[in-house]
Structure formats: structure tokens, C-alpha cells
Design a protein around this ligand. Sequence first.
Ligand code: KIV
Ligand code: ZN
Length: 503
Amino acid sequence: MSRKIKIFDTTLRDGEQTPGVNLNIQEKLEIARQLEKLGVDVMEAGFAIASPGDFEAIRAVAAEIKNVTVASLCRAVEKDIDRAWEAVKNAVSPRIHTFIATSDIHMKHKLKMSEDEVLERAVAMVKYAKKYCSDIEFSAEDAGRSRPAFLHRIFQAVIDAGATCINVPDTVGYTTPGEFGNLIKGIMENVKGIEKVDLSVHCHNDLGMAVANTLAAVENGATQIECTVNGLGERAGNASLEEVVMALTTRKNYYNFTHNIDTTQIYRTSKLVSSLTGVLVQPNKAVVGENAFAHESGIHQHGILNEKSTYEIMTPESIGLSQNKMVLGKLSGRHAFEDKLKEMGYTLDQEAINKAFEKFKELADKKKVILDDDIQALVEERVSQIPEMYQLVSFQTNSGNKVIANGVVELRREDSIITEAATGDGPVDAIFNAIERAVGIELKLAGYNLRAVTGGKDALGEVTVKVENNGKIFVGRGISTDIIEASVKAYLNAINRMMSEIN
Ligand code: KIV
Ligand code: ZN
């Protein structure tokens, strides 16, 4: 019989450690809801002691998510564990995930503790956490570079102390699939009682081997995979959820494992995470990249037309990638629009449907044919809306190859209207300068990206900006068929996000 592999998603914790990513509570909740739809077994909602924002977000996720275990990370320290429990205690299925480093390098240079001291602390903290919660995960940080004999000893001890899941992180993405598989095999053979707990792996992608290492681990006995949507995470990121899941699914004939993931939710989850984090997916990324199902060569196209399986090992439909076939237009009514939202898997409340319908009508005036990707962009724009301290009233730009670009913006703040003008190096720079004058803050533009949501000259343009203020990055997103307008909306979205955090 096939063994079931649990999927532990850490997009909201390790994924949020991606440089430049900073999600607010609403955004984390939206991702958590989508992860629940996707069918993950465990979601790590954050690191409770890291910041009040992290703590509140975990609490909000724990209160709302019903069908997934909700975990908080914590160091093997009493005050961290107290905070983690406070954050997850209202979850239907809470988990405390505590960790301490076990490699010689980390113990000597970071912890300044001996093996015996680390083991003693790990046992004491698992026992401490167990007073609160029955589900305790213990991670041996930098396990990939730890002495296997020490790992066996510490895992044995924490299982005896009550840990229900043992995690083996390759924290710095150093191991190779052969090595990592052997490490897991050794743990299976040398740790008494390992079969009674979950054996988890958490692989980083520094050498591009996170997915391969993860799969080698499950072949050798691991029962839980830690991963992130789009492979987000510290430095080069973590094993990508969509890649490990589709490898297990597409190659079931080889791996013979099952999982709980509804793979048709993969594409939507990837898009949502990309748009909320502002981290774009590389076009040639496996499974969810723009080119993952594109066939360029004539020979390939010919093969596909005759028989899809010639060059397609999985179908776009299996990850929920619509063919953009079903089209709505100017004359489509509310019913057709609502049906479309349902068919796309959205469950929005009436207010959200009304807003999305309004935007759909506006768009239909400008764009002949509305595709699924347009609707997804409209719905996701709603998710990234936050309280608007500054609202756009109007803007105007003037540019050309013989004039100095200039822009004028009119913003509303409460009851007053602020109008400012500025010049710049092109229309986007000019209008951004005018906005900065209007809000009275100088910002650093840390990133600007423009993509066309669909093909065609009248396509919606989606702009993602990253602005930096006092060392903190704020992401903003805007969509419009006019790319300057999309840029203005994105810049204001980032500024309003910054304001809502400051106030
Ligand atoms: O990479 C790592 O070691 C981690 C642990 C804290 C699980 O993220
Ligand atoms: Zn990690």
C-alpha cells in the first residue's frame, strides 16, 4: 500500500524570510485560506516571538483555519515557547515547533554549548512545550552538517521526552541527494521509536538541490516534507511545494506515495503568493513558470498536436492552469461573472463580488475580451488593498524624446486635496517624484516590475514596486490597461501600506 506523505508548508514563516518580503495580517490570512484549499497538512504561520506583527498574524490564522494544523516556530527557550503557545492555542489543531542547532559549527560559534548541553536543553524544552500542547515538532538546525551519531542520540532523547515530529533541516543547502538520503536512512535505522513519530525534512536550495534532497529523503523513510510555495525562503529558498508535489504525483509509478494536495489549486496558490510577496516566478521555473507548458520548437508543437503526451509529462489542467478559453465581455452580466468566479474556485462575500464586478465592468469598457487571467488579477488586486490614507484623484504625465518628462498628481487625504508636480527621468520617475512631494516623504525605489497579464495590445499591465523606508521594504501592486496608471496605483499602494504600518 502507498505511504501518505504529509505536506508542511512554511511559506508564511521561512518563505516570509525571503529578502524584501513583508506580508501584513490580511495578506497572511489570504495565503493561509488558499493553503487550506490546497490541502496542506500543516502550515507554519510564523515565528511568534519575532515581532508583534508575526504574533498577531499567527493568532489570526489559528483562529480561522479549521482543517490544517497550525504551527509556530520557536527557539528552544522558555519565553519563545510561551509566546508560540499563546499564538497557536486557539487553533483546532495547534503545533509548537521548537529548534536548536546541532552541528559542530553552530554549537561552537553560535550557541557556545557542548553536545551534552544542547541535548539537555532540547529535552527540557520539549518537556516544557509538552505541558501546553500534545503536538510538538523538534528541529535539529543544520542537521545536514551535524554528526549523525549525535543526531541519533538527540532525536532518541526528544522522542522519549514527547516530541511527535522530528525534523531534519539542511539549513544551508549543503548536502547532496545521496548523502541526505543516507542521513535519513541512518536515522530510521538507529533511532528507537522513530516509526511512532513523523520524520520530517526541510531542505534549503543553496546548491539547487532542495527538491532532489527532499525526494531522496522520502525514498529513505521521511514522512513529512517541509516546503514553500514558489520555493520562497531564506537566501536561495526552500524546496518548492509545487515541484515536490508534482514530482510525487507525476512519478507515482516510481515513488508510489500519496498526499493530500489538490493539485488543481497549485497555479492559483503560486500566483497569489507571487502577487502578495512581490516575488516574481522565473519564466522557466518548473511547474508554475510561464513557460512550463509552452512549446516553442516546431517539432514539439507538431508532436503535441498529434498526441499531448509526446512532450507533456503532466497537463496544465492538473495544476489548475486554465487555457483562458472561457471569455467574458462588455455584455456579460452579473450572473455570468459570478458563475465565472465560482468556476475559478473563488468564494467571495457579496461586498467583494460587487467590487470585483464594478472593476470588471470598467475593464470591459477598455478591453474587448476578458480572460481568466484578467479576472484573477482583478480579484487579487482586492486582496492587496489596505486602508487608503492617500487616494488617487487624478494624474497627468507628459514625456517624449525632446521634452523633460513631467507629471502632476492630485491626491485626497481625508478632506483635503493635495496637488504636486515634478519632473523626472521619464514619465514614471516624474509621477513618482510628484507623489513623493505630495505625501512629503522621500523614498528609495528598490524594485519595479511590469508584466502584461495576458497577451494583446489592450492587455492589463500589472506593476509591482518595492519601496524602501528606514531599511524596511514595502511592496505595492497596481493594475490597469494604462501602464502609467498601474505604476501610480502600485506606488500609492506601497505608500499606504507603509503608512498603515507606521500608524
Ligand atoms: O532552515 C532551518 O534550519 C529552519 C529551521 C528553524 C526549521 O528553518
Ligand atoms: Zn529553513
